[in-house]
Design a protein around this ligand. Sequence first.
Ligand SMILES: Nc1ncnc2c1ncn2[C@@H]1O[C@H](COP(=O)(O)OP(=O)(O)O)[C@@H](O)[C@H]1O
Ligand SMILES: [Mg+2]
Length: 307
Amino acid sequence: MNKEAIIRLRGVTKSFKDLRAVDALDLDIHRGEYTALLGPNGAGKTTLVEMMEGIQTPDSGEILLFGKSWKEAERELRQRIGLSLQETRFIDKLTVLETMKVFGSFLGVSRERILETLASMNLEDKEKTFVVNLSGGQRQRLALGVALMSKPEILLLDEPTTGLDPHARREIWTILEQLKSRGTTLILTTHYMEEAQHLCERIIVLDHGKIIAQGQLTDLLSDGGGEMVVFKSARSPSAQVLQKLRGVLRVELSDGGGRLIVSNMLQVLPKFIALMKKLRIAVHDVECRKMTLDDIFISLTGRHLTE
Ligand SMILES: Nc1ncnc2c1ncn2[C@@H]1O[C@H](COP(=O)(O)OP(=O)(O)O)[C@@H](O)[C@H]1O
Ligand SMILES: [Mg+2]
């Protein structure tokens, strides 16, 4: 992979009154990478991508795309990036084809390319449909078509599948997976860990305007074990005792239960059960599983991603 950073952020900060939506953020995005900005509502995802898109201006810090700032190269950058906003407002009284033409005229996109894009969004039979009559999934695919018709090098999508049913979500994922082979660079925001895990090899977890974890998906998930034993019990055993069990890397206790971060759940489980028996603590429920991004988020913040 070419390791040139095609988006570079340094010390980027944006506040709304006394609320820091994005807090002194540094970030490098590399060509060809698929990156997810994952975080709960209010984490600062939209503010961050909209600054990269030249829609919002940072209070301080520097943002460069292809080594250029929005101020010096707005025209060029508009041609080279494609974006879809968290809520795309289309004109309901235009058809799908008319909508594509309106946006295409700004970017000098040919009719041929518009038709080709509609086909790759599986919208060719919807050309004459009024936008108001599209389903949620079709609307999102139209938004994606608008973003993609100029063949942008960088694609920035703000929650492309929020509110869609699983089938419609899969359709969007398939389109994005196909694009990958063409070298497109993708940044998407989401609060669905499955979406981040499915599409992106690089994950950036945001909370309160700061990056609280980032890395390659596989590294993040294997960090500190990668597997866990989650249990509910009549009362909590002492963390120190649990920590002494062989194979337990970290113990996180909560009311009436806890989580053991381990590298081999099947090795730890029988020892854990035996220990609880010895301690005379009734175990109501126990589950062994691979760690997810949500588990990592809970470890870092004590909250779920979608709370
Ligand atoms: N225009 C605005 N005026 C005031 N507060 C805002 C504005 N835009 C965003 N915020 C606040 O900034 C924080 C980050 O918002 P946002 O970037 O939309 O987060 P996310 O996209 O992760 O849900 C939130 O607390 C939000 O309420
Ligand atoms: Mg948002």
